[in-house]
Design a protein around this ligand. Structure first.
Ligand code: BTN
Length: 368
């Protein structure tokens, strides 16, 4: 299916997009189980959307949609009505059927993202709020209540976004990408730092595939472009000794924003300023979720952690650089020489090597 990247403006329907869970999804949040790849993950509305988009601008008969999806005519009609309420323009051609005209103005419309992820076990559901305190807080709350793996929470604006090391993550007033995904990894708690490194590689891959931009990785999971921060990632975990209950990975990307208030004092840059055009935020969210799903399953496989660490080490721009490490209780300068087997950064100083699991690393220029 080719998801159209053009969105036509229909401001009158935007406010109806702003809602909570119940309007969009009939998902049993107590289910908690990991989706198997072949599970029927699309709800009726998203399935009908995919049929319409797949028709590539041709009119498709209601009967054909019914047969293809095993639905009644009334269910198809209801789904089309719901899609129109979400901001899709779908024309009814008498006797012939329905024709997809355009996507909603809101490029974070959750049904669009779900349709783009039709063959991916993650991203069902995608939940969208116009504004939230933090997607991270919301996703963790849902995970605690048993939300299934791959549930995505996204928003246009976070009033209390959170960053690493207890910092704030300040939202741009418009055009940013903020989302969190619930992960139920079959990994021991000590491998969670590696999950966080893998998240960074997944974002790097998605941005390269969609925008053609090759970003750098700064340990542990900042995404930089020409030294400026493009994306920050926060991974939080609920665990007990020997067992991870769930992890929530939250990703903030400067997408179309002209202001870039990262909130951690770093120089920042946005995707739109790098490529000279606006990006479709839903396409980026879907691309990251797809890459991350694949990467997490690989990470869980035999020797997955070792392979991920080798791949990360080959990509990490911090290695081989002079760095300043600011940690709880001090700071040191040295050369970043390796990433250890738990994802920690190993730094050589005049007094030998030290490793850090949780710290802020600044890349130094040779004269710093
Ligand atoms: C950092 O660089 O310090 C990590 C920033 C992580 C920000 C994202 S935005 C989506 C999610 N919700 C939050 O409150 N934080 C993460």
């Amino acid at each position: 299916m080719s998801i159209p990247s053009k969105c036509h403006h229909r401001p009158e329907v935007l406010s109806s997009i702003v809602t909570g869970i119940s309007l969009y999804h009939h998902v049993n949040l107590n289910e908690g189980a990991r989706l198997k790849p072949m599970d029927p993950v699309l709800n009726t509305k998203v399935s009908v959307l995919k049929e319409l988009i797949d028709a590539g601008g041709q009119t498709v008969s209601g009967g054909a949609i019914c047969r293809s999806l095993g639905l009644s005519r009334q269910s198809v009609w209801k789904a089309v009505k719901a899609l129109r309420e979400d901001g899709y323009a779908i024309s009814s051609v008498p006797v012939k059927g329905y024709r997809f005209v355009s996507s909603p103005a809101n490029d974070l419309e959750p049904s669009w993202i779900e349709a783009a992820l039709f063959d991916c076990p993650w991203g069902h559901p995608v939940l969208y709020w116009k504004s939230l305190d933090s997607t991270q807080t919301q996703a963790k709350d849902l995970a605690r209540k048993g939300a299934r793996e791959g549930l995505v929470v996204t928003t246009d604006y976070q009033a209390s976004g959170r960053g690493r090391l207890g910092r704030k993550w300040v939202s741009a007033s418009e055009g940013g990408i903020y989302f969190s995904v619930v992960i139920r990894p079959a990994l021991p708690p000590e491998s969670i730092q590696v999950l966080s490194l893998v998240s960074a590689m997944s974002v790097q891959d998605a941005i390269l595939n969609i925008c053609g931009v090759k970003c750098q990785l700064k340990w542990p999971n900042d995404i930089l472009w020409d030294g400026a921060k493009l994306c920050g990632i926060l991974t939080e975990v609920s665990s007990e000794p020997g067992l991870v209950h769930f992890a929530v990975t939250g990703i903030g990307i400067n997408a179309n924003s002209s202001e870039m208030p990262l909130g951690d004092g770093a120089e920042a840059i946005s995707l739109s300023s790098i490529i000279g055009r606006r990006v479709h935020r839903g396409e980026i969210v879907a691309g990251v979720i797809r890459a991350l799903n694949r990467a997490v399953r690989e990470l869980e496989s035999d020797k997955g952690v070792g392979k991920a660490l080798a791949e990360y080490s080959s990509r990490c721009d911090t290695l081989g650089r002079k760095v300043r490490v600011v940690f709880d209780g001090g700071e040191i300068n040295g050369e970043a020489v390796a990433v250890g087997e738990k994802g920690e950064i190993i730094v050589r100083t005049g007094n030998g090597t030290r490793s850090f699991t949780s710290a802020d690393v600044k890349h130094l220029r040779s004269f710093d």
